[in-house]
Design a protein around this ligand. Structure first.
Ligand SMILES: Nc1ncnc2c1ncn2[C@@H]1O[C@H](COP(=O)(O)OP(=O)(O)OP(=O)(O)O)[C@@H](O)[C@H]1O
Length: 494
């Protein structure tokens, strides 16, 4: 038998020759294909090229903290050659290393900013596992040519971190009660009694209801209760029940879980009750809360737990509730606008803040306090006011209470010619006072009917506004007119 060709180690007879040639061709083809595909590089060579890429610093320390792999660039960055550091303990070479923390915790760190010899670099540290055991840590960082990019990135992160810290501080400030008992000015019997009551109720966690006309200082009292209480180092969270649309109020108060509804934020949202955990929640304008929310709030007060929207289990809350309103809740109960059971739950301790006209002896003290406060905020140097102004103040009824006094003083400080305020600095006050005086006396002079009708109308509006604590919707309802008509008429009155 003639041997006409070989395949290594095999003797081939003629009939199989063609087959062998084909096999050889195929073999060559595959080799060429392989060569084209990976440039004949072994896995080790590829890994080495990756490690030695010039854009990144790469280091691997084993479980003992020994440097087992370091690329040229990183060694240079540290001021060595790779051979000088391989086999040494990382701490010996880089005393401020954080790789060992990752070795210990097993937790990866991404985008950490690491400072070395004045240079800041973003680094990633990854625990490396084999067979379920951590065998070392891989540290990586962008550097060299990309350093300027990295620096920009670091700066950006630092700016964001600073911003975040500022927002956090601002938020903390927002969640602190600003006013203390000493900030409540007044020597009248009523105010002194209220302050004593604040000191007593501050010791407990009972729910407090604060009532009083608009601008009497209800919010001030709520802050003071929190600050005088053992909860004063925890959050004080204010929720204005009118300024939040009804459909949002529930998520605002109780929060929601991720995916609770379309458009819900990723990770969900904490509600004000949870934010106030351990502290106080101040529900301002509680009289404006709609009935379905009233029912939900009642449940929270009874069960002392909230349910996030889309949540699966209730969350216990330890929060003191202080509610305030300028509306007459008892009348609202009679007209079925407010739940009686909620009213009794809220009204455990009642603080009724009297209107300013019933404690006019406080006006001089409040004036002095408010001028000092406004001097600070307006950078002014007002020393006080003429005797005539104080006389006007004492005659006026102050339907807008302390807030109205503050507004008058602010306008006057802006308009003044001298640092002692005179009646001329209070043009609106004089106008309102005249109206008030006319309203008190029966004006029998014969005047154009239009004027008489307008005055009667204004009187009725003022009375209704006082009765509703300046709630425009309720005022319009009382007077039987549309809210837009009320607004128009009020604009004309000013
Ligand atoms: N006794 C007081 N001493 C010092 N400032 C006061 C006092 N009462 C009220 N003020 C000031 O008057 C303004 C109105 O007070 P606050 O907002 O507490 O009133 P309110 O009754 O909560 O009003 P509203 O019902 O409209 O919310 C604030 O600037 C507050 O600092």
């Amino acid at each position: 038998m003639a041997i006409i060709g070989t395949v290594p180690g095999i003797l081939v007879s003629p009939p199989t020759r063609i087959k062998v040639i084909v096999i050889e061709m195929l073999h060559q083809g595959v080799t060429q294909l392989n060569t084209k595909k990976n440039n004949s590089l072994t896995k080790e060579e590829i890994l080495e090229a990756i490690v030695e890429n010039p854009h990144e610093a790469v280091i691997f320390v084993d479980e003992q903290g020994i440097i087992r792999l370091i690329n040229q660039g990183y060694a240079e960055f540290l001021g060595y050659t790779p051979d000088e550091v391989l086999g040494r303990h990382i701490q010996e070479v880089v005393p401020q290393t954080r790789l060992l923390h990752v070795l210990k915790s097993g937790q990866p760190q991404f985008g950490d900013i690491w400072e070395y010899k004045g240079q800041k670099v973003p680094v990633t540290r990854l625990p490396i596992e084999k067979d379920g055991r951590i065998i070392g840590v891989l540290g990586k960082s962008i550097f060299k040519d990309e350093m300027s990019l990295a620096r920009e990135f670091v700066k950006k992160i630092e700016r964001l971190e600073n911003k975040l810290a500022n927002y956090r501080a601002e938020l903390d400030q927002e969640r602190r009660a600003k006013y203390h008992l000493d900030d409540i000015i007044g020597h009248s019997r009523q105010v002194l009694r209220l302050k004593q009551k604040v000191l007593k109720v501050a010791k407990t966690s009972s729910t407090v209801l604060i009532t009083g006309e608009s601008g009497t200082g209800k919010e001030l009292f709520a802050h003071a209760i929190h600050n005088a209480s053992p909860r004063n180092n925890r959050a004080f969270v204010r929720v204005n029940c009118t300024s939040i649309p009804t459909e949002l109020l529930e998520s605002e108060l109780f929060g929601y879980d991720e995916g609770a509804f379309t458009g819900a934020r990723r990770g969900g949202k904490l509600g004000k009750f949870e934010i106030a955990q351990g502290g106080t929640i101040f529900l301002d304008e509680i009289g404006d809360m709609n009935k379905s929310m009233q029912a939900k709030l009642l449940r929270v007060l009874q069960e002392k737990e909230i349910e996030r929207i889309g949540g699966t289990k209730p969350v216990p809350v330890d929060v003191r509730v202080i509610a305030a309103t300028n509306r007459n809740l008892e009348e609202m109960i009679m007209s079925q606008q407010f739940r009686a059971d909620l009213y009794y739950r809220l009204n455990v301790v009642l603080l009724q803040i009297p209107p300013l006209r019933e404690r006019k002896e406080d006006i001089p003290f409040l004036t002095e306090h408010l001028i000092a406060k406004l001097n600070r905020s307006l950078n002014a140097t007002v020393a006080g006011l003429d005797k005539e102004v104080m006389e006007l103040f004492m005659q006026y009824d102050w339907p807008g209470n302390v807030r109205e006094l503050e507004n008058f003083l602010e306008q006057a400080i802006n308009l003044r010619d001298r640092d002692i305020l005179s009646p001329g600095d209070f043009p609106v006050l004089e106008k309102r006072l005249q109206k008030q005086l006319r309203g008190q006396s029966l004006d029998l002079t014969i005047r154009p009917l239009e004027e008489v009708v307008r005055e009667a109308e204004e009187k009725a509006i003022l009375k209704a506004l006082t009765a509703t604590g300046h709630n425009k919707t309720a005022t319009a309802r009382l007077l039987g007119i549309h809210r837009s008509v009320l607004y128009r008429k009020m604009e004309r009155m000013n």
